[in-house]
Design a binder for this molecule. Sequence first.
Ligand code: CA
Length: 727
Amino acid sequence: MRRYLMALAVAAPALLASCHTEAPVKTAEAAAPMKHEMGAAAVDQQRLLNADKEPGSWLAAGRDYNEQRFSPLKQIDDKNIGSINLGLSWYADIDTERGQESTPVIVDGVMYLTTAWSLVKAYDVHTGKLLWEYDPKVDREKKGADACCDVVNRGVAAWHGKIYLGALDGRLIALDGKTGKEVWSTWTVPQDSHYTITAVPRIANGKVFIGNAGAEYDVRGYVSAYDAETGKLDWKWYTVPGDPSKGFENKAMERAAKTWNGDKYWQLGGGGTVWDTFVYDPKTNMVYFGTGNGLSWAQEIRSPGGGDNLYVSSIVALDADTGEYKWHYQETPGDEWDYDNTNPIMLADLKWRDGQMRHVVMQAPKQGFFYILDAKTGKLLSADKYVPETNWADHIDLKTGRPVENPKARYSESGKPAIIIPAALGMHNWHPMAYSPLTGYVYIPITISSAAYGAQKDFKYNPNGWNTGMDFTAGASLFKQPGAPKQGNITSYILAWDPVKGKEAFRIPNEEYGASGLLATAGNLIFSGNHKGEFVAYNATTGERLWSAPTGARVVAAPATFEADGKQQIAILVGARGLPPGQKRTSAVSANNSRILVFASGGTASLPTAMPAGLSVPTAAKINPPLLTANNETVAGGEQAYGQNCAVCHGRNAVPAAGATAPDLRYSGLLRDAAMFKKVVDGERAAQGMPSFKAILRDGDADNIMAYVIKRANDEKAAQEAAAAAN
Ligand code: CA
């Protein structure tokens, strides 16, 4: 605490010297980069606490400590948005191919963002000029395969002149805000482990808070706090217990160990990784974070006979200064559906159902219930089903705080695969939701999916790959039964949720499925990109569509809004999962047209509409696999290995999801060259984004996978020929 007070004392003259007045910055002159004693990225605790007094800035990924992603700016509103010529003011190409998930931080005329592969870029907001860029040079060949779900990054934190990055390989890096030069870098995870970082660092009291990912591999989840000035470790808190024979790090771990069975969990690592949300609450001086799935997913493998398995799939509160346990609430006891609870958490003051004001944390986790907890005590206030299709549990018993589960849901205990809604994708995933205190609604990007969950019968630890313990093929036949959901069918919409009533207010269906982050503003607007290739504004009270602009790309990231040159502007990072249907590549440096787009009234810029010089439209491939010569056993082995290692990018059953970034392997010429296929699997095309699986696959896996894909390609060829014959 002393350090915090000293930091404030040091920061005070800088605050006085700058022009932070009650009124938002209005003139172009005043909006030019300001001179702070702490340099560029001049964000401190006072500024974050008083963020509402400078609505023209977007000081942190979630704007301020509440992380509501609500802006008090209202120059653009529901009445004028159709008539102010809101258009593209500037854009910049992003030079990476994969998913772009970051929300820009915009402070004193500079915009800081991250891209895939943990690159950082700083732009002049007035002109779009690139001021500096930084590449942490992550070992792409190695870490690409450690990232379960793409090599993404969700953004930076700005603090006392520095920009903070959590790099994919687990380094926490502080950069000079003015130059992008590295100030310090520290490994937050053991090197040569399967841990990764994709989350935004959060900073308060002079400490940087960061978690990590990897609970599909062989890791033990933890969070840590580092001194923002020096990069020195301050405290560390594990989310799941380790080997009990070595003693416990603290009382919380001792309690947690009583909720696990056997010894597989700590041998595997146990999971519970904190891969996204982390919120600091100035009112309680606590940090709150959500924990991910247990490791393995199948509970009978990691904890035979069940148990709650604390603290997986929970919200945990720690003292921000000491890392001491304060409270937890476990949303999915004994999770075995990959119901990560890492989704964005926001703080709010709500007039509660009993008429009293309550300071709360709110979360819409993967598993379909919207939770509101008292921020100070963790007491459960409500848990309402926010997507009616949710079927793993009927409801949450508010007396016990526990879910009333679907009796068929525990597939590993029963040994019977079951179709569960939602699938591991979740009803809501990492995509930021937004809350408007004016409408009282939380806006949530929803995706409805289903999956057949089944446990592996002969689980063997794989030191290099996934250890989920899942048989991804076990329940496939269930989808053929009457009344089953359509396999692979995914729908999505934007939900306006009234948290106090615990009811849906309205929904906005997405024509093209896929979730995108949200922004709410005091102009009674919500902004969101979509997967059709648009950036759209809606009326925040009714959901009416009011304005749109083309993005040329799918959008998963959330927008930020700020003021520059006297105008409210909106920034959105675009690019993910291939291209929107029917659209073509127009970027010389990114196959999915990744760009940062900035919109303002009177904006007259336009996106390129043609292929860049030297690139041509690929002609549609004809399916032409070799004959299948492998035996059934080889193909079945390949199906398992494919499901474990390839399906997440190349698609279940070797059929890529619409707009998938990775190619359709059934059409690959590599199927005719086993040696080359093996080389690519071993990392030959790592620079193009196909990570090396050399250390991950077992002997013979590559050949088996190739045989399986040849089988699937021949299935497809036969289906195409049958369809052609029928016409
Ligand atoms: Ca997970």
